[in-house]
Structures are given as structure tokens and as C-alpha cells.
Design a binder for this molecule. Structure first.
Ligand SMILES: Cc1cc2nc3c(=O)[nH]c(=O)nc-3n(C[C@H](O)[C@H](O)[C@H](O)COP(=O)(O)O)c2cc1C
Length: 185
């Protein structure tokens, strides 16, 4: 078995992340993996926004402000949770799907391609010695958040990737059997 196959079979997410994040040069290499995902008609229906350092606080303020728009009665703990969410990792990548009309490529295929890009970023981060987790939640589907991040009307958030160094032990990989998921037709 190749090392790459074993790597793919053992990938897992890290919910607790700390410094350091990949360097700027490493992130360029990681993004190059995202640019090689399957992409029907080569629409390149994705783009990526990084948020690091103090900008995470600004993003937290945006998340809290949008939470209050969605739920004006949000309590203090929900507000604090939204405000501090971006501080859970040293680097965030917002994966954006850029949807366009195409006679052969419906929006679902463009969203799936952006999802592949998200996974490629997670895998490439792990392959570079880091870790990450894909999160969404109500904020990912909120136009207020999208507007604050500068998304256009034809753009959507596919996920917030939290990336950094795994804090704590690697989770155990759940035992799953291929027969439960694979059949022969
Ligand atoms: C589209 C998508 C959205 C997700 N959103 C969240 C989320 O908001 N919060 C969360 O804790 N996990 C979320 N997850 C799950 C984690 O990314 C992760 O897959 C899960 O914790 C299982 O860990 P594992 O990837 O190591 O198996 C999401 C996964 C996907 C594919």
C-alpha cells in the first residue's frame, strides 16, 4: 500500500487547533491542490478568502452582528460564542462557490466542485504537517455574513475551514466496513 493511500484512509479533522498555521508560502502550495479539483467545463467555480491574525476579531464582530440580525434575542453566551468562533484556529479559509449559468453544468455540480476544493485544502494542509476542520452553521448560509466578506449575489459560502496545528492527541479513526456502503450492481 502506498503512503498516499494510507494517508487518505486515515485523514481526520481536528476541532482543537493552535499556532502555528501554515506559512504564506505553504498556503500557496496548499491552494495549488485546490486548483486541481474536478471541474466540469473548467468554470473554476470557487475562490478562497483567508482570515488570519487580528482580522479574525473583525470577522468575529461580523458574525456577532449578523447573529443579532438573524436572532435579535440571542443571549450573551450565543453572542460571545459567535464573536470568539474565529479564534478557534490561527487561520481560516472561507471556501466560496461562484455560481454561473451554464447549459451543461448545473449549480449543484459547481457547488460540488467547490466542496472538492475544500477537501483538497484540508488534505493538503494535513499533508503539509498541519490539521483542520470544515465548519458551517447558520452563519455560512447568511447573506449578512456573505456581504460582510464581500461576496457577490452569485456567490455562496461552502465552508469555513479552520486550519492550524492539532492541539492534543489525534482522534481515533472510527472502524467502518466497506460492505456497509458498497454494493455491486
Ligand atoms: C459541509 C460540512 C459542514 C460541516 N459543518 C460542521 C460544523 O459546523 N461544526 C462541526 O463541528 N462539524 C462540522 N462538520 C464536520 C466536521 O468537519 C468533521 O468532518 C467531523 O467533526 C468528523 O470528523 P472527521 O472528519 O475527523 O471524521 C461539517 C462537515 C461538512 C462536510
Amino acid at each position: 500500500m502506498t503512503d498516499i493511500l494510507r494517508f487518505l484512509q486515515n485523514r481526520n479533522s481536528a476541532s482543537k487547533l493552535t499556532e502555528p498555521a501554515p506559512s504564506g508560502a505553504q498556503m500557496q502550495e496548499i491552494f495549488r491542490a485546490a486548483l486541481r479539483v474536478p471541474d466540469h467545463a473548467w468554470l473554476r467555480p470557487w475562490r478562497f478568502i483567508t482570515i488570519t491574525g487580528e482580522r479574525r476579531q473583525a470577522f468575529g464582530a461580523l458574525l456577532e452582528q449578523c447573529l443579532l440580525q438573524r436572532k435579535p434575542d440571542a443571549d450573551e453566551s450565543a453572542r460571545t460564542k459567535a464573536h470568539n468562533a474565529p479564534l478557534r484556529a490561527p487561520l481560516l479559509v472561507v471556501v466560496v462557490a461562484r455560481l454561473s449559468e451554464h447549459p451543461k453544468v448545473p449549480a449543484i455540480e459547481q457547488r460540488l466542485s467547490a466542496g472538492c476544493a475544500a477537501q483538497a485544502i484540508l488534505l493538503a494542509s494535513e499533508a503539509s504537517g498541519y490539521a483542520g476542520i470544515w465548519r458551517t452553521g447558520d452563519a455560512a448560509f447568511d447573506r449578512c455574513v456573505m456581504n460582510g466578506l464581500g461576496l457577490q449575489a452569485d456567490e455562496e459560502i461552502i465552508g469555513f475551514l479552520y486550519i492550524g496545528t492539532r492541539d492534543g492527541a489525534t482522534k481515533s479513526i472510527p472502524e467502518r466496513n466497506t460492505v456497509d456502503f458498497v454494493s455491486h450492481w
